[in-house]
Design a protein around this ligand. Structure first.
Ligand code: TEU
Length: 592
C-alpha cells in the first residue's frame, strides 16, 4: 500500500520554463533571454515561501521547439537552451533540501519529426521502426504531387490543415494530429510502449516524483480510420475535427493499466493525465477511481473550455451559472464516486484567468485575481497554480500586433485569417479579437519578477524571446511580496494566505464534503465545505462587477468571517441575514 496523501495535499506549481527565469549570465550567444533550469533552481525559495510543494516543468527535453518543447527529439537529454541533465539533478537535490519535489511533462502521444525514431521510421517502408508511427496509403491513388490524405481529419494546432503529412520519398502519409512536426507514435506496437516505460523509469530513477502526461487520452486511435462527420463549414474548412476517433480510444485503458503494472506500481509517484475532450463520468472514473490502477488524477477541461465552440480559436458566450454547474458537478462526482480530481484554472494553453473569468481592468484586476484564488484554494482536489497566476498576470492587450505572438497555433490561425479574410476588415478584426482573448501566448509572456530591466526575467543586455507585458513595473512578484497596507493584501500575499489556510484545514478544503448554495443566483457562487469531524466553512464569491446582496441560510450562520478579497484580517460583515458583496468580492466564513 502506498499512502496517497502526499500527492493529494500537495500544491503544484506549473513552470513554463522558457518564460520563468533566465539565470544571470546564462550563456546565450544570440543574446536572447530564455529561461533555464538553473534559473528555476534559483527561484525555489520564492516557491517555497508561496507554499508550493511540487514543481511541474513543461518540457525541457531536447527539441527543435516547433511547439515549444511539446515536440521531443530526445527523451533522456535536456535541450541545451535549458541546460543539462546535471542541472536537473541539481534542481531535484535543491528541491529535496526544501522538502519539495519535481514533476516532469511526459509527451508520448507523439515525438518530434526530428526524433531519431522518426528519422528511421520515415527512411523506408521496411525499416524496423516503420511501424513505430502511423503510416497509411493515400485515400486515392492519383498522379498529382500530393494525393488525398487517408482521412479528412484536421490538425489540432492548425485547423486549416490535414492531420496527415505526406512523405514523398515513400509515397505514404503519417498521422500528425497536432502539427506535421509532431508525428503520432503507434501505441499498438509493443516496442513503442516498452520504449515509453523505459523513458519513464529513466527519470523516476533520477528522483523525479512523477509526470503530467500530455494528451494521454489520445494514444489509442480507432483502427479503421474513418472520415469525420462534417461539422465545420466545408466552404472554409476542408478538414474536420477527428477527435472522436482518438479521444479515449478503444485501447486507452489497456495501455494505462499496462503503464501502471510496468512502471507506476513500482514507484511512489504522482500522475496527472491531460485529457481534453472527455466528459463522460464513467469514462473518467475508469482512470481516476480509487481502485482504477491507472492515473492519480486528470485535467478535466470543461471549465477552461467554457468559451470554446467546436474549435479552440473561436469565441463563445458563457455565463456564471454554467461555470458554477461545471465546478460543482466535478466536485460532487469525485466525492460521490470516490475518484480524485485536479483543481486548476490556468495553464500554458489558456489565456489568463482574470482576463477570462473576472475583469482585468486596472480597477478590478487584483480583486478578480483574489476571488479566483479564494475559490481555488477552497475547492477539493489537488491544487495547481500556474506561473504568474499568483501575481495576477493578465492577457496581452488588443494593441499588441499579431506578430508579437509566437505560438504555432496562433501563427497558423492568423495566417489563415489573413489568407481568407484579406478583403474583409471586419472579419480580420474579429480574428484579432480571438487572438487577444484565446491565444496560448497570454500564458507564455515572461514572468514578472521585479521592476528591474526585463522585469528581472533575463539580463539587461539580452532581449527576451517573447515580449514582456508593459505592466511589469507595477505588476511584479517583488512589489507584491513587499506590499504593505493596513487595508488589504496583495494578490501574492492573498495566495500565500490561501495556500496556508488550505493546508491548515485540509480535512475541509482538500478532502471535505461539498454543498452548493443558492444554485439559481446568476452572479454569486456559494458553497459550504465540511470535514468529517463537522468543521464547516462557507465560501461566497461575487462573480460580477456590481454590488450583490446574498442571504446567508440560517443553518449556515457564520461565527466569524476569516477573510475577504477586499480586506486584510477579519472583515466585520454581519454574520447572519443578508450580506452585501462589493464588485468581485469573495468572503470566507467559519460556520458556527
Ligand atoms: O495540449 C493538448 C491540447 O489539445 C490543448 O490545446 C487543448 O485542446 C486545450 O488546452 C484545451 O483547452 C497539449 C499541450 O499542453 C500543448 O501545449 C501541446 O501543444 C499539445 O498537447 C501537443 O503536444
Amino acid at each position: 500500500y502506498i499512502d496517497p496523501r502526499w500527492w493529494k495535499e500537495s500544491v503544484i506549481y506549473q513552470i513554463y520554463p522558457s518564460s520563468f527565469q533566465a539565470h544571470p549570465g546564462s550563456k546565450n550567444s544570440a543574446k536572447v533571454g530564455w529561461g533555464t533550469v538553473k534559473g528555476i533552481t534559483s527561484r525555489l525559495d520564492y516557491l517555497k515561501s508561496l507554499g508550493v510543494d511540487i514543481v511541474w516543468t513543461s518540457p525541457i527535453f531536447k527539441s527543435p521547439q516547433a511547439d515549444m518543447g511539446y515536440d521531443i527529439a530526445h527523451y533522456k537529454e535536456i535541450d541545451p537552451i535549458y541546460g543539462s541533465v546535471a542541472d536537473v539533478d541539481e534542481l531535484i537535490a535543491e528541491l529535496k533540501k526544501r522538502g519539495m519535489k519535481l514533476m516532469m511533462d511526459l509527451v508520448v502521444n507523439h515525438t518530434s519529426n526530428m526524433h531519431p525514431w522518426f528519422l528511421e521510421s520515415r527512411s523506408s517502408k521496411n525499416n524496423p521502426k516503420r511501424n513505430w508511427y502511423i503510416w497509411k496509403d493515400p485515400k486515392s491513388r492519383s498522379d498529382t504531387a500530393t494525393p488525398e490524405p487517408p482521412t479528412n481529419w484536421a490538425q489540432i494546432l492548425g485547423e486549416a490543415n490535414s492531420a496527415w503529412t505526406y512523405d514523398t520519398e515513400t509515397a505514404q502519409y503519417y498521422l500528425s494530429i497536432f502539427t506535421p512536426d509532431q508525428p503520432d507514435l503507434n501505441w499498438e506496437n509493443p516496442e513503442v510502449r516498452a520504449a515509453v516505460w523505459d523513458v519513464m523509469k529513466f527519470w523516476l530513477e533520477r528522483g523525479v516524483a512523477g509526470f503530467r502526461m500530455d494528451v494521454i487520452n489520445m494514444i489509442s486511435k480507432v483502427p479503421s480510420y474513418p472520415d469525420a462527420p462534417i461539422v465545420l463549414d466545408p466552404e472554409t474548412h476542408k478538414y474536420q475535427p477527428g477527435t472522436q476517433f482518438f479521444v479515449n480510444g478503444p485501447k486507452l485503458h489497456d495501455y494505462l493499466r499496462e503503464m501502471h503494472d510496468e512502471v507506476l506500481s513500482r514507484y511512489d509517484t504522482i500522475t496527472v493525465g491531460e485529457m481534453p475532450g472527455v466528459d463522460s463520468e464513467d469514462e473518467i472514473l475508469r482512470t481516476v477511481g480509487a481502485d482504477a490502477k491507472e492515473l492519480n488524477m486528470i485535467f478535466i477541461f470543461a471549465l477552461v473550455d467554457i468559451d470554446k465552440p467546436n474549435v479552440r480559436m473561436a469565441l463563445k458566450d458563457w455565463n456564471v451559472q454554467e461555470m458554477k454547474q461545471i465546478i460543482s458537478r466535478w466536485q460532487n462526482v469525485m466525492i460521490e464516486r470516490n475518484g480524485w480530481n485536479s483543481v486548476f484554472i490556468e495553464n500554458h494553453d489558456n489565456p489568463r484567468s482574470i482576463s477570462r473569468y473576472t475583469d482585468d481592468s486596472d480597477e478590478y484586476r487584483d480583486k478578480g485575481a483574489k476571488l479566483l484564488a479564494l475559490m481555488q484554494t477552497t475547492l477539493g482536489g489537488t491544487l495547481f497554480v500556474y506561473q504568474g497566476e499568483e501575481i495576477g498576470m493578465r492577457n496581452a492587450p488588443m494593441e499588441w500586433d499579431p506578430y508579437e505572438y509566437k505560438d504555432i497555433e496562433t501563427i497558423n490561425y492568423w495566417k489563415k485569417c489573413e489568407a481568407i479574410y484579406k478583403d474583409d476588415p471586419q472579419k480580420l478584426a474579429l480574428g484579432r479579437k480571438v487572438i487577444q482573448m484565446k491565444a496560448r501566448d497570454h500564458a507564455r509572456t515572461p514572468m514578472q519578477w521585479s521592476d528591474a530591466p526585463n522585469a528581472g526575467f533575463c539580463d539587461a543586455d539580452t532581449k527576451p524571446w517573447m515580449r514582456i507585458m508593459d505592466d511589469w513595473k507595477t505588476i511584479n512578484a517583488k512589489a507584491q511580496m513587499e506590499y504593505a497596507s493596513n487595508d488589504e493584501l496583495s494578490v501574492w500575499q492573498f495566495w500565500q494566505r490561501g495556500l496556508k489556510d488550505r493546508k491548515e484545514h485540509k480535512d475541509v478544503f482538500v478532502y471535505g464534503g461539498f454543498e452548493e448554495l443558492a444554485k439559481d443566483d446568476p452572479n454569486v457562487y456559494a458553497y459550504v465545505r465540511t470535514s468529517e469531524e463537522g468543521e464547516k466553512w462557507l465560501v461566497v464569491l461575487n462573480f460580477s462587477g456590481q454590488e450583490q446582496t446574498w442571504q446567508i441560510p440560517t443553518k449556515n450562520d457564520v461565527e466569524f468571517w476569516a477573510c475577504s478579497t477586499y480586506q486584510k484580517g477579519r472583515p466585520d460583515k454581519q454574520t447572519s441575514g443578508i450580506i452585501t458583496l462589493r464588485p468581485w468580492e469573495g468572503v470566507l466564513g467559519k460556520v458556527s
